[in-house]
Design a protein around this ligand. Sequence first.
Ligand SMILES: Nc1ncnc2c1ncn2[C@@H]1O[C@H](COP(=O)(O)OP(=O)(O)O)[C@@H](O)[C@H]1O
Ligand SMILES: Cc1ncc(COP(=O)(O)OP(=O)(O)O)c(N)n1
Length: 259
Amino acid sequence: MKKVLIIAGFDPSGGAGVLLDTKVVRALGEFAVSTITCLTVQTTERVYDAKSIDPDFFEYQLQKVVEDIKPDSVKIGLLGSSEIAVVVLKNLKRYNLKNIVCDPVLKSTSGFEFCKSEFIEFLKYDFFKVCDVITPNKNEAEVIFDVEIKNFDEDVLSCIQERIKRMGIKSCILKGGHLDSELAEDILVTQTEIYRVSAKKKGLPDDIHGTGCAFSSAFATFIAKGYNMYDALKQTKDFMTGLINASVKIGKGRLILNP
Ligand SMILES: Nc1ncnc2c1ncn2[C@@H]1O[C@H](COP(=O)(O)OP(=O)(O)O)[C@@H](O)[C@H]1O
Ligand SMILES: Cc1ncc(COP(=O)(O)OP(=O)(O)O)c(N)n1
């Protein structure tokens, strides 16, 4: 059995964060171990607050689990503070962890700002370099690459490809859930290739909660299974389409995924 290390935040409603991530890994037949970076007060309607775990305590948690269980891939979700991000970066290097998939969660769809500007600079110029792939949505990609995105046209993609080379980022999957289009298109941009997958969009762009968390966990699981990036993306897209089509309403707010 493959092991996927989840480094992410806690959403008590189960619609995002480690509760969803671990369900995704399990649904794909592999084993998730999880470390929690921060706690949120959150429902299917919105994020109310977030509080980081003490960085030393978080590091203790991470080191002990990694010394016990060697992961086949790592999914990084909400980091929540520069202090936690510094600890994660230090330990990714220290334990020489491989197959690192980072979902750069900056702001919730309901508008809650998870991080400050100096934290974003740290991610851009120090953290992303050690990741094998980052998976920003439209809004995150605009902040990370300093480019306005109305759609994924050739000009936008070549601009992003040029920036990932300049910033030393190995590869990036641009997620198109928030674009105003009939298709939900996701694009893998490496330093040399551009590869697209798409599916029909269900409902309105922001109707479903947790899609970014599920996407990055599924992708990390397919990488742990040994798929290359292109096949992992195809598999992830099929898995996501099934999950999204079966999304459920369990609270007063957005639909959630139930892997
Ligand atoms: N309404 C939708 N219909 C179909 N696919 C969607 C929909 N919303 C998001 N997706 C897909 O879910 C995944 C996560 O994308 P996105 O919602 O953009 O990320 P995030 O949750 O980080 O904002 C992508 O594969 C995207 O194409
Ligand atoms: C604890 C926690 N982690 C991540 C998110 C963001 O979830 P995501 O799937 O990226 O996007 P939205 O559901 O906000 O559209 C979160 N809300 N909480």
